[in-house]
Design a protein around this ligand. Structure first.
Ligand code: OFO
Length: 165
């Protein structure tokens, strides 16, 4: 049985993950409006993955006998100045999520909740990968600078991303 403290923190995290999904979908819409379909594809898949993260918490809470309580999802930002700005905000957002996951681990430790500690390890590892992937794309965008050909090539690369990558 999950403690009230862990349950509240996990329900809050479901909202964080759903907001992440909404934010990345908004970024996808922004790139669609700029006809940058590869970038739009990358963020659309990112959005689906965040929804899956929310569902992992959803399923876990149910499995351990807790009650999922959904809350309002805040409206995301809708406009950015450049692809670089989008990715810098994505990295900042992922760092925020990493900090939240680490807080959850701390709460699970305090509560001596071993099942939740084990469950959260997947997210700890996932965050390392997510931050590294976004940082890598920022380095590529830095290299590209104002070179439109480079941006076109990156758009093609991101267009090839399929679910689960
Ligand atoms: Fe982008 O990460 Fe969820 O947890």
């Amino acid at each position: 049985m999950i403690s009230e403290k862990v349950l509240k923190a996990f329900n809050d995290q479901i909202n964080e993950e759903l907001y992440s999904s909404y934010l990345y979908l908004s970024m996808s819409a922004y790139f669609e409006s700029k006809n940058m379909r590869g970038f739009a594809n990358w963020f659309r898949i990112q959005s689906v993955e965040e929804n899956m993260h929310a569902m992992k918490f959803f399923d876990f809470v149910n499995q351990v006998g807790g009650k999922v309580t959904l809350k309002q999802i805040n409206a995301p930002k809708i406009n950015w100045k450049s692809a670089m700005e989008v990715f810098k905000e994505t990295l900042a957002h992922e760092k925020h999520i990493t900090a939240q996951i680490h807080k959850l681990v701390g709460i699970a430790n305090q509560e001596k909740d071993y099942a939740s500690q084990s469950f959260l390890q997947w997210f700890v590892n996932e965050q390392v990968e997510e931050e590294a992937n976004v940082q890598d794309l920022i380095y590529k965008l830095e290299m590209i600078g104002d070179n439109k050909g480079g941006l076109y090539m990156l758009d093609r690369e991101l267009g090839a991303r399929a679910t689960g990558q």
